[in-house]
Write a protein that binds this ligand. Structure first.
Ligand SMILES: Nc1ncnc2c1ncn2[C@@H]1O[C@H](COP(=O)(O)OP(=O)(O)OP(=O)(O)O)[C@@H](O)[C@H]1O
Ligand SMILES: [Mg+2]
Length: 276
């Protein structure tokens, strides 16, 4: 479990007047859970994410990862191995020359047999739609492909938890689907926990739980259905539910019970057919 207790953080800790970027965060993420973290620009999502793998150390409060205290320097290596972190900017994460070498990089440090490394690398590159590009120089890839490469490098190590900060922001719709499908497979087949920061609410709908941040606080949380049923409250936090969820909420208000929080066209059609 990843556990935050009364976590506070300021980028200007010595300025008494400065507002905290994180305010008294209480959070528990179970092993194998898939959580989406949404919120307006500047609400503190990335700052919170950087606390979950020991990149930032709590100034006040606690972060525990599977029983290890992130404030204790001795635990940092183990925490960073357990919790992979995909940054918002993939350029910062590319380390080796070709796509294949870059993906294998972290595995080589684990001294696995070469055939096993090759098998794992091939599998992940196929999942990510990068297999055809495996001999290309990483530096020559497009922004979207670099983003997928950074994700491949994290997934190949099969971490216990993955913190992914807007992992599909540079991708076209096909790439977005490939990444979300790879996350779903790692979640189902390996029990990987996922903390997925996104501005795309349809992607957030894939999670088991959505957390909404505003002003450095978690202001709302619930299942995707529960969150999507609260369109007007989300608007207050500068978040807009997908049109299909909005339509379902309007129909629910018009007297079609059970439609509130519907997440997809298929689900809406199924529900509406019951009234036919
Ligand atoms: N390195 C920094 N130094 C000072 N302030 C920062 C720094 N990084 C972020 N901030 C501020 O902290 C607040 C939270 O930023 P953060 O990047 O965590 O938000 P976010 O929710 O990830 O936003 P976005 O959706 O734009 O990525 C913002 O007001 C931001 O300007
Ligand atoms: Mg951010």
């Amino acid at each position: 479990m990843i556990y935050c207790d009364d976590l506070c953080f300021s980028y200007l800790p010595n300025e008494k007047e400065a507002k905290n970027t994180l305010n008294h965060i209480q959070l528990q993420i179970q092993k194998g859970e898939w959580v989406a973290l949404i919120g307006a620009n500047g609400s503190g999502k990335s700052t919170l994410a950087k606390h979950l793998n020991g990149l930032f150390i709590p100034q006040q409060g606690k972060v525990m990862v599977d029983g290890m205290d992130a404030s204790d320097k001795k635990n940092l290596l183990a925490i960073r191995t357990k919790v992979a972190y995909i940054m918002q900017n993939p350029d910062n994460q590319i380390v080796a020359s070709t796509v294949e070498e870059d993906t294998a990089f972290a595995l080589e440090n684990l001294s696995l047999p070469p055939e096993e490394i090759q098998r794992k690398v091939n599998k992940i590159l196929q999942w990510m739609g990068l297999y055809e590009a495996k001999e290309k120089m990483a530096a020559t890839l497009s922004g979207g492909q670099k983003q997928k490469l950074a994700i491949a490098g994290a997934l190949v190590c099969e971490p216990t938890y993955l913190v992914a900060d807007e992992p599909t922001s540079m991708l076209d719709p096909v790439g977005q689907k490939e990444v979300m499908a790879a996350f779903a497979r790692m979640h189902q087949e390996k029990g990987m926990g996922i903390i997925h920061i996104t501005h795309r609410l349809m992607e957030a709908a894939l999670a088991q739980r959505i957390l909404v941040m505003e002003g450095g606080e978690i202001v709302l949380q619930g299942t995707p259905q529960e969150i999507f049923a609260q369109g007007p409250i989300l608007e207050k936090y500068h978040l807009h539910i997908p049109p299909i969820a909005e339509l379902a909420n309007v129909l629910a208000q018009e007297g079609y019970p059970g439609l509130q929080g519907v997440l997809s066209v298929e689900e809406l059609v199924t529900q509406l057919c019951q009234f036919a």
